[in-house]
Design a protein around this ligand. Sequence first.
Ligand code: PML
Length: 249
Amino acid sequence: MAWSLSNWFSVRMRASLGDKHISGGEALVPHTAITDTVSHLQRKAFSHSRGVPDACHITVEAVTTAITPIALLPIHDQARDFSALTDFITGHGISEVALTAATTLLHAPHHLRGAALLDCVTGERLDTLADRGVRVSRMSYDTAFLAQWRERFPQYCGARIEEALLLASKVTRGEGIVGELCISDDPEYTTGYFASAQSGYTRIHAMKRLGDECGGRVFFVAPATDVAALISYLQLTPVCADKAFYPVG
Ligand code: PML
């Protein structure tokens, strides 16, 4: 499929209550879907269990660079809790120090709106964006591919998983990314994931206690990575998932 650039838009939402982050969302859509996408994101902003926002910003921006087709990561389900997964995660070249730095950040009371970039060896924070973090943006599914994928994997349908899987599939293609660790910031949702190009998208159940508002995303980055180029890719390069690493048709 060929994507015409003239008609694609990035739509981003951020909702907050005072200085508390409530919800975020984003989509890369043709101009014909802007209205529906804005209403979807607005509904998302005002129905989050973290609270009712007092500000909701929605930005609509034309995309002017070529859209890169990408493949979705394969999904694995781990019926284990996070504490059992240290060996699995450190097996990706992530040190225990870096993993501890990540879990400390993800459990901090004032959590990140975007993602923190951490050196996978030292655990040092590499971006300078503080609570704002890096906002991964400009991702979409090819409509026909998504329909096939939903038919093949009905157990993974739904906006939350589809959005997380798409984001992880973009992130793990980034030059220098070793892995991503995500804890949902929804107090009622305790499943998170670890994703990497090497092992795919591994869902982790019981990632936190029910009712806990902590959460966010950490991207583990190889030493000597060009961090500015990586952030630019994550925030600005448009991608569209039009295939998986396994047959879906
Ligand atoms: C979120 O709440 O948006 C993050 C969801 C992460 C896990 C999604 C899944 O169940 O695989």
